[in-house]
Design a protein around this ligand. Structure first.
Ligand code: COA
Length: 180
């Protein structure tokens, strides 16, 4: 296992992790069998790719923030915050989406990344966050549960969870789940 010499943190996309971003995302796409076409243009002009992902932009029809989970030169994953919900996002997608690239999975990164993402959500003014998840996605369900996700049924085949954000939400780690 590669040793990370710095604790990973959520940050705006950064050109400094070009190589690990591209190799990590490529490995992830190949594992999942998803499109890799976008990696060519991204590698040709990574500065532009990064610039287009920094700050608040409209995605899914709402203001959204893309954050990368980074430790030193290593890119580990992405977390997206959708500042508002549309009817579609209320059914599928919710406020926060995330993935950890395949080489870094099963090391607790997603659990810690979501905890850090919830701090950012609070900073953005959200007082509760909707997460949706395929019922078969055991790993993501555990990540959500470890971060205080309270189940709220299933819509359109996705399980829904709300995380209530404390006024003093901090980066101390995953939250305790509220008793139901
Ligand atoms: C879901 C995902 C983000 C988890 O990332 P990760 O960094 O491996 O997660 P963690 O290491 O924090 O693991 C969280 C828990 O899930 C468990 N877990 C991780 N991968 C697992 C798997 N494939 N099968 C079963 N359990 C798994 C871990 O053991 C851990 O359990 P614990 O809390 O009881 O110790 C990652 O698998 C991923 O990116 N998947 C594709 C995209 C995705 O599904 N995103 C979420 C959409 S809702």
């Amino acid at each position: 296992m590669i040793t990370l010499h710095e604790p990973a943190h959520l940050t705006s996309p950064a050109a400094a992790v070009r190589v690990s971003y591209l190799t990590g995302e490529q490995a992830d796409c190949l594992l999942r069998g998803t499109e890799t076409d976008w990696l060519g243009p991204a590698s040709d002009d990574f500065d532009d790719f990064v610039a287009k992902r920094c700050g608040v932009s409209t995605r899914w029809g709402v203001p959204s923030t893309v954050l990368w989970y980074i430790s030193g030169e290593h890119y580990l994953g992405t977390l997206v915050i959708r500042h508002e919900l549309t009817p579609q996002l209320t059914d599928v997608g919710g406020n926060v989406g995330y993935h950890v690239v395949a080489p870094w999975r099963r090391q607790g990164h997603a659990t810690r990344m979501l905890a850090a993402g919830l701090v950012e959500c609070r900073r953005l003014g959200l007082d509760r966050v909707l997460l949706t998840c395929d019922p078969e996605n055991v790993a993501s369900r555990r990540v959500i549960a470890a971060n205080g996700g309270n189940p709220d049924g299933n819509i359109a085949g996705e399980d829904r969870f709300w995380v209530i954000l404390a006024a003093d939400q901090n980066a101390g780690g995953p939250a305790k789940r509220r008793p139901s």
